[in-house]
Design a protein around this ligand. Structure first.
Ligand code: PAF
Length: 286
């Protein structure tokens, strides 16, 4: 595996590989890899001739007061993990090269970004879509992989790719959970042992909601009230949002039907965690 930091070098290599008829499979990340990222890399390995992983903690998707500075970073650890699952090229550009002086072009998806994380983190998705569009232009992948834990992000990136006719197939892969159900996230390492225990309230809430729906409940308000009550039992949990939304439009649903997704964003201490579950599906097994 080679580590490439120069943008032009990365773009030239990718162009050359495409020219040789190779299929490029891409996994964009912010690093501090975990089993969820590795599942994306394994899928990329199966789907492409050349697997490209990007690691870039993108400053433009963090708002003022968010955790850009404290976001976990360890490139040599990540490189070992990426190499072990067959990554070919690890692209780790510098922020000053991605956003040089004078940078002033942004990619913004409207509509889908108005609710959920888009409402609670203004400007976040503008940063995400801008950097993903740049990364797609640099790597020029045939296929790119994203985790479904970032449900809204995946919908927004799909919309951007369709609207801008980007020649890349965007694939979403299922959430990978710890043995006790906590959705894997690079941010989980920031939890103290007690916060780590409290964070299980998100998965408990999902299980509760899924069980209610399985038993025939269709009123979102009642399901949301039960989830909220479970999460509020934890002393350090602060709900950012808990909503039932349509899986395509991401607008709120009063009645639970086949398109209903439960989406949660909860701060446990200083760490913001997100999770989701499609309410038409079976209760997730960790
Ligand atoms: O999901 C992430 O890790 C990031 O939001 C992404 C897609 C790599 C863009 O910075």
């Amino acid at each position: 595996m080679e580590i490439i930091t120069d943008i032009q070098d990365m773009q030239q290599r990718c162009l050359a590989a495409r020219g040789e008829g190779k299929r490029l499979a891409f996994v964009p990340t912010m690093g501090y890899l975990h089993e969820g990222h590795l599942s994306l890399l394994r899928a990329a390995r199966a789907a492409g001739d050349v697997v490209v992983l990007s690691i870039f903690v993108n400053p433009t998707q963090f708002g003022a007061g968010e955790d850009f500075d404290s976001y976990p970073r360890d490139l040599s650890r990540d490189a070992e993990m990426a190499r072990a699952v067959g990554t070919d090229w690890l692209f780790a550009p510098r922020a000053s090269a991605m956003y040089p002086a004078g940078f002033s072009t942004w990619v913004e998806v409207e509509g889908l970004t108005g609710n959920l994380c888009g409402a609670s983190r203004p400007g976040h998705f503008r940063g995400v879509t801008t950097v993903v569009c740049k990364l797609f232009n640099i790597v020029q992948p045939h296929v790119a992989f994203f985790g479904q834990k970032d449900f809204q992000q995946l919908a927004v990136i799909r919309r951007m790719s369709a609207d801008l006719n980007l020649p890349v197939e965007v694939r979403g892969l299922p959430i990978v959970r710890e043995a006790d159900g906590l959705a894997m996230s690079s941010r989980n390492v920031k939890l103290t042992p007690d916060q780590r225990r409290q964070a299980l309230a998100l998965f408990d809430g999902i299980r509760l909601a899924a069980a209610q729906v399985k038993a025939g409940e269709r009123d979102s308000r009642r399901v949301l009230a039960a989830v909220r009550e479970r999460i509020q039992q934890e002393p350090e949990a602060r709900i950012d949002y808990i909503q039932v939304c349509h899986d395509e439009t991401l607008s709120d649903l009063e009645t639970i039907g086949p398109h209903a997704v439960l989406l949660l964003a909860v701060r446990v201490g200083a760490t913001r965690l997100i999770d989701n579950h499609h309410l038409g599906e079976e209760i997730p097994e960790p």
